[in-house]
Design a binder for this molecule. Structure first.
Ligand code: OXT
Ligand code: ADP
Ligand code: MG
Length: 601
């Protein structure tokens, strides 16, 4: 058999090939490669050097070989955390993050993270080993049998399966392109166990690999769409720019800043766009969010969807009279996905393209049309915003200066605010309800893509996966501000943090429960209320169990000392910050989303 030219036919199991190779002297001296090495080579060829995963059948040896071949293999305690790590690595780097799992249960554990990545437009590839196709398809009960491809499809941007070693190059290339081109998202790649051991001629194998050229091609906006957007912007009396995490992802920070500053338009950063321009920027309207959303007449969305986080672009938040009423705003929407426009309200000027190209086209048009004469927004709009903003900032400063006993969210987060100001390159991971919402409004960010949080789904459990990936990818200090409930979803990964000796400082804002620690069981029975945890839990001991530093802080001064020490030493650290258990509100700032029972007991 001519294995050099007929690569697909040559790809068989190791034992099949051993038989073929025995036939001639030529074949015996033939250099072979196999599925294991082809996958590694294909990833490395495309600049992917890190895998987040959890070993087991059928991928254990793959993790060993990947490490032996110089890849960084970060091994987790649960696949969901490895998946979250891959997703946020994708967001931070523009390269798809790789999560590797075993079949069925491991795959399902990783799937939540894949779905979350797709929802948030983070590029990642979930690679799962799977069982024998023939047995799975006949449902004959294989070890960890599951039709994984079918299950992944509705939750991923794309899903592929590779059956032959000769197709590995194409499979990896398709997965990379699907993850990062257009609107980024999660991709599933199914690799049946047999594939890993399949051998083929090494030279043919090398030739079968694809280095993806221009994986996320620029998408240039149409000139008439640029002009339409600009005309609308020019007509505005009370313009507003909303920067979303798509704008942060785009890595076109200088142009976005130039556009904001050139136009002089106030802007509102969505949570993960905080720091794209420093939160202390004079044009930031974050501290007067309600006012600007309700009062703006033209809103330019840059990589932000009009989903629940923006009250679907209508209703009272936007100055509408009732829940679903139009507030009267006109919208410009910059997005790579043409389907995003009109998803909730009419978009008067859709600008479809990648944010880098759209923003530079707008800047070029502004410079050539108006040059230095671009009129800043009317002074009464800017003054009204500035007045409200400074009032709110002053009120916040007053609250933060208090030092109540017991410590509350504000007094603890005043410390975190100072620490981030002094360490602007640190990555801030954040989850919880009150722990999330207070951190978002209190802790200013100064650099792009440094705030990593629960995103579009408001999902708990991203904490330690994000923290590990942020430390691995950036090499910077990571500070994870965690609700005590939120932390529990991924807490075992503090062992991972210690194992890789990562500069991660976890601060648990511990108020003894979900939202607060004060609920009681109305029956008077022995079970505590569903939202309440063990009182006075010492999460710091968990970190100490694995050789990290544990600290217990009951005052802002103690918290500050422990955080400063963590940053100085870069040691894995967990600070159990004891917060007034009465301090939180139900679901933080989104209390209104809780359904209420009509029946009063
Ligand atoms: O303008 P106004 O006056 O309105 O004021 C605003 C700003 O102008 C002002 N502001 C400022 N003032 C002064 N200075 C500065 N610098 C400043 N900046 C802003 O402050 C206010 C507020 O500003 P903000 O935040 O920008 O505005 P607002 O109105 O809040 O924005 C609206 C939203 C929707 C955009 C915003 O609220 C938002 O982004 N929210 C995200 C909410 C979210 O995602 N929450 C997480 C989910 S909650 C719930 O689902 C939880 N669960 C269930 C669960 C989940 N999620 N997942 C899974 C897998 N299983 C279960 C659970 C279990 S949370 C949770 C655990 C909770 O317990 P923990 O112990 O972890 O946490 P604790 O609550 O701490 O106990
Ligand atoms: P936020 O939660 O911050 O409001 P969303 O996740 O809702 O942000 O919106 C992000 C948007 O950005 C998505 O609609 C996505 O299509 C878009 N997007 C992501 N990357 C790019 C890019 N490079 N160019 C243009 N749009 C992008
Ligand atoms: Mg709590």
């Amino acid at each position: 058999m001519d294995t050099a030219t007929d690569t697909k036919a040559a790809a068989g199991t190791a034992s099949e090939n051993a038989g073929h190779l025995g036939a001639t002297t030529d074949a015996q001296s033939q250099e072979l490669t196999d599925g294991f090495h082809l996958i590694i080579d294909a990833l490395k060829l495309n600049g992917i050097d890190t895998i987040f995963g959890l070993p087991g059948i059928p991928i254990t040896d793959f993790t060993r070989k990947a490490q032996a071949e110089g890849m960084r293999v970060i091994s987790f305690r649960h696949e969901q955390n490895a998946g979250n790590a891959a997703a946020i690595a994708g967001f931070m780097t523009h390269k798809p993050g790789i999560c590797l799992t075993v079949s069925a249960p491991g795959f399902l554990n990783g799937l939540t993270a894949l779905a979350n990545a797709t929802t948030n437009c983070f590029p990642m590839i979930l690679i799962s080993g799977s069982s024998e196709r023939e047995i799975v398809d006949l449902q004959q009960g294989d070890y960890e049998e599951m039709d994984q491809l079918a299950i992944a499809k509705p939750l991923a941007k794309a899903a592929f399966r590779v059956l032959h070693a000769a197709d590995i190059g194409v499979g990896i290339a398709r997965a990379i392109r699907a993850a990062v081109s257009g609107r980024p998202g999660g991709v599933y790649l199914d690799l049946p166990a047999k594939l890993f051991g399949q051998t083929m001629d090494a030279e043919a194998g090398r030739k079968s690999l694809i280095k993806v050229v221009d994986p996320a091609p620029r998408q240039i906006p149409a000139q008439d769409a640029v002009q339409r957007a600009l005309e609308l912007l020019k007509s505005a009396k009370r313009p507003l720019i909303v920067l979303g995490k798509g704008a942060a992802y785009a890595q076109t920070d200088a142009d976005i800043r130039a556009l904001v500053e050139k136009t002089g338009i106030p802007y509102l950063p969505m949570s993960m766009a905080k720091g794209l321009l420093p939160d202390t920027h004079e044009q930031s309207a974050a501290a007067t969010r309600s006012y600007v959303l309700a009062e703006a007449d033209v809103v330019m969305l840059v990589g932000a969807r009009l989903n629940w986080l923006l009250s679907h672009g209508k209703g009272k938040t936007w100055g509408g009279k009732a829940h679903k009423d139009w507030g009267g705003q006109k919208f410009i929407q910059i997005d790579i996905s043409p389907q995003e426009a009109d998803s909730n309200v009419r978009i008067d000027a859709p600008l479809v393209g990648d944010i880098g190209s759209c923003v530079s086209a707008l800047l070029a048009a502004i410079n050539s049309n108006a040059g230095p004469n671009w009129a800043k927004p009317p002074a009464d709009w800017l003054t009204a915003i500035a007045e409200r903003k400074h009032k709110n900032l002053a009120k916040m400063a007053e609250t933060l200066a208090r030092d109540p006993t017991p410590m509350n969210f504000h007094s603890a987060l005043a410390v975190v605010r100072d620490i981030i100001k002094a360490n602007p390159d640190a990555c801030l991971v954040n989850e919880g309800a009150n722990a999330l919402d207070f951190t978002r409004s209190i802790v200013d960010m100064y650099r792009p893509r440094k705030r990593l949080d629960v995103g579009t789904w408001g999902v708990m459990g991203i904490g330690m996966g994000f923290a590990v990936a942020a430390a691995v990818v950036s090499g910077e200090q990571v500070i994870a501000i965690e609700g005590d409930s939120a932390f529990g979803f991924s807490g075992m990964e503090v062992e991972t943090v210690c194992r890789y000796n990562l500069p991660v400082c976890v601060v648990i804002l511990n108020n003894n429960g979900v939202y607060r620690g004060t609920d009681v069981n109305p029956t008077g029975g022995p079970d505590v209320a569903p939202t309440v945890f063990v009182k006075g839990a010492r999460y710091d001991k968990l970190m100490e169990a694995f050789g990290g530093v544990g600290a217990h802080a009951t005052t802002p001064a103690e918290l500050r000392k422990s955080m400063e020490e963590a940053i100085r030493s870069r040691q894995p650290t967990l600070i159990n910050a004891v917060i007034d258990e009465t301090a939180g509100t139900e679901s933080g700032r989104i209390t209104s989303l809780n359904p209420q029972s009509a029946k009063k007991k």
